[in-house]
Design a protein around this ligand. Structure first.
Ligand code: C2O
Ligand code: CU
Ligand code: CU
Length: 502
């Protein structure tokens, strides 16, 4: 890892404050130097915590939420306002929270001048409710999906998914968290007071132009990488801590940047959940690596009166040093400062067992398939709305071997499911990746084997997606479609009227 120079520290700090002069110096993302924002922030801004969306009870017992997209403007930097998009507000959206067994119905109202869609990332639901490219919501329209929550407690999220425009819409601010609770799977001892000791941490990187607007560059081969970190839409943030332990629900909602999270003093914390739910037991760690779309829940303990800082540390992206630098792999970023009160309310110790997650069930494997990621292709093909790439049987389990044979990093996300990583390049996954996942990071020339249990909602005419979650790669067509059909039945073609070119 190259040393972080004082000059690059200063440059990052000034660029973060919107200096046009210095921003102009790093337009070419692929050759930008690594930089550090450590020491450049005073963490003056209280972390914004997205409000919990108020649920309404419908006559049929469903829990109803409304999400309205709209244009607005948001102040991130001192004295600048940034044109942004948001749900029910100017940037990001409220946190939706509902429990397993609950029927939810969501009115998605599109008040933007362009077509969008809202995908429930990590959610098990019928394909027609999934909110991918086959469920577009035109300007002025309302789309009202409904389903019954049927999966373990987890930190999920929602974001637009219109093919070819996902990166741009997410980057303008369209994203939010969706917390699934599970009354039968909620061990005592885990912090759970939202906004107090259970905190959403939505991490995004951005570049700002002189006038305060988001800048589209510099771009790396992985997509947009920013020099300025926002947490829940807060620049330069701190969180006031009032309890001994805090649960952080980390979400990498960035376009292309992978974060290697840890603390300034290298303290250990407990990883308690991955994308799709709680691990079997807490895993003690000093770092947790999240590629775009991935989540981890961690529980951190604080001492009275202390300050501590969540950072992102350099990591190996596996390209040349210049390309790694451009993609942010060698950056060192201040993310969020914690300011513990002089007296902290006591927090319980974590339970030894968090869930009944056993070994993946490999007794009956219906099929094995392989997916090769290279360039902007999966198995040599790019996204085609009118082609179903893969047909799977409802309720069956398959082994998917996903290989990144490219000299650039990618990841692989599958809609609707929670898979288990069996091995990465032949070795068992580290314990924090051994639980329920929906997105797996695939560094340069890496192969992961996944056990994928498919859901029971069959619909031969409406596909789910699998894709690289580096949003620009996804927009470029690094995406395929699968349908779930009754076992043994042949697949169909997308129903007439649901296909949209771009
Ligand atoms: Cu988070 Cu297909 O997406
Ligand atoms: Cu998804
Ligand atoms: Cu990719």
């Amino acid at each position: 890892m190259p040393p972080i120079s004082r000059r690059s520290v200063l440059r990052a700090g000034l660029a973060a404050a919107g200096s046009a002069l210095l921003l102009a110096g790093c337009r070419d993302g692929s050759t930008r130097d690594a930089f550090s924002t450590v020491g450049t922030l005073d963490f003056a801004n209280p972390l914004r915590v997205p409000p919990l969306a108020p649920p309404h009870r419908a006559a049929d017992g469903a829990t109803v939420f409304e999400l309205a997209t709209a244009e607005g403007s948001t102040q991130f930097l001192p004295d600048k306002s940034t044109p942004t998009w948001g749900f029910n507000g100017s940037y990001l959206g409220p946190t939706l929270r509902a429990a397993r067994g609950e029927k939810v119905r969501i009115a998605v109202v599109n008040r933007l001048p362009e077509t969008t869609s809202v995908h429930w990332h990590g959610m098990h639901l019928p394909a027609a409710m999934d909110g991918g490219p086959h469920q577009p919501v035109a300007p002025g329209q309302t789309w009202t999906p409904e389903w019954t929550l049927d999966q373990p407690a987890a930190t999920l999220w929602y974001h637009p998914h219109p093919h070819g425009a996902t990166e741009q819409q997410v980057n303008r601010g369209l994203a939010g968290m969706f917390l699934v609770e599970d009354p039968d799977g909620s061990p005592a001892g885990l912090p759970r007071a939202y906004g107090r000791d259970d905190i959403p941490v939505i991490v995004q990187d951005r570049n700002f132009a002189e006038d305060g607007s988001f800048a589209a560059g510099p771009r790396a081969l992985t997509g947009l990488t920013g020099n300025t970190v926002l947490v829940n839409g807060t620049w330069n943030p701190h969180l006031a801590v009032s309890t001994e332990a805090v649960r952080l629900r980390l979400l990498n909602a960035s376009s292309a940047r992978t974060y290697n999270f840890g603390f300034d003093d290298d303290r250990t914390f407990a990883v308690v959940a991955s994308d799709g739910g709680l691990l079997a037991s807490p895993v003690s760690a000093r770092r947790v690596l999240l590629s775009p779309g991935e989540r981890a829940e961690v529980v951190v303990r604080f001492a009275p009166g202390e300050r501590a800082e969540l950072r992102s540390f350099p990591q190996e992206l596996g390209m040349t040093t210049a390309l790694d630098n451009g993609a942010g792999g060698n950056d060192q970023l201040s993310v969020l400062q914690f300011r513990a009160a002089a007296r902290l309310a006591p927090s319980a110790q974590l339970p030894a067992a968090l869930s009944r997650l056993g070994a993946p069930d490999l007794a009956k494997i219906a099929a094995s398939r392989s997916f090769v990621l290279n360039g902007r292709h999966i198995n040599g093909r790019q996204m085609d709305h009118n082609r179903i790439d893969t047909v799977v049987g409802a309720g069956t389990t398959e082994i998917w071997t996903v290989s990144n044979t490219h000299n650039q990093p990618h990841n692989f996300h599958i809609h609707d499911v929670r898979f288990r990583i069996l091995d990465v390049d032949g070795a068992a996954p580290p314990p924090e990746l051994a639980g329920l996942k929906d997105t797996v990071f695939l560094p340069v020339r890496t192969t992961a084997r996944l056990a994928v249990p498919f859901g029971r909602y069959a619909d031969a005419a409406t596909p789910y997606m699998y894709h690289c979650h580096l949003l620009w790669h996804e927009d470029e067509g690094m995406m395929g479609q699968f349908t779930v059909v009754p076992p043994g039945r042949a697949g169909g073609v997308p129903a007439a009227g649901t296909a949209h070119g771009h």
